[in-house]
Design a protein around this ligand. Structure first.
Ligand code: OFO
Length: 180
């Protein structure tokens, strides 16, 4: 059974996760317009991951017999003069998501909601990975600077990221992840 406070907080996080997906899709278009096709692919993979993050929360609320509240998703804004500026935004966005996941965990602990704490542990671990990935990319792009040849090669590397997330959510997230 999900308490009202926890349910409302998770619903806000569902909105944030879908906003994240929306943001990364827009960044993918931004990276492509900079001529960085590999980064555009990396960001589209990130879009898929964010949809999984949202679906895991949605499924959890439904499993707990709660109400999923679908709020409006804000439109992402932002111009990215360089690939480095774009990935700096990815990093700061992920740091903000980490803070919101931590805030959810504090509510779950305060409410003695052990089931939600168990769910949130997955997100806490995931955020370590999210910040690590974005931070490494920012550091590499900073090192590359204006070296166009190095940027070309690194962008190719980023394009090697593959989709390891399900695209068929009709199975439910857990079953779909097994088939991914
Ligand atoms: Fe990128 O972790 Fe969800 O939002």
């Amino acid at each position: 059974m999900l308490g009202k406070k926890m349910e409302e907080a998770i619903n806000l996080q569902i909105n944030r996760e879908i906003y994240s997906a929306y943001l990364y899709m827009s960044m993918s278009i931004g990276a492509a317009s900079l001529g960085c096709k590999g980064s555009a692919k990396w960001l589209m993979v990130q879009f898929h991951e964010e949809m999984v993050h949202a679906m895991k929360f949605i499924e959890y609320v439904a499993d707990q017999n709660g109400t999923v509240d679908f709020g409006a998703i804000a439109g992402p804004s932002g111009q990215y003069p360089s690939l480095c500026a774009l990935f700096e935004k990815v990093l700061s966005h992920e740091q903000a998501v980490t803070a919101s996941i931590n805030a959810l965990m504090e509510i779950a602990v305060g409410e003695r909601d052990h089931a939600t704490q168990a769910l949130l542990s997955w997100y806490v671990t995931e955020q370590v990975e999210e910040e690590k990935n974005a931070g490494e990319i920012v550091r590499t792009l900073t090192m590359i600077g204006d070296n166009k040849t190095a940027l070309f090669m690194y962008d190719k590397d980023l394009g090697l990221r593959t989709v390891t997330v399900p695209t068929d959510f009709s199975l439910g997230v857990t079953a779909a992840m097994k088939g991914a």
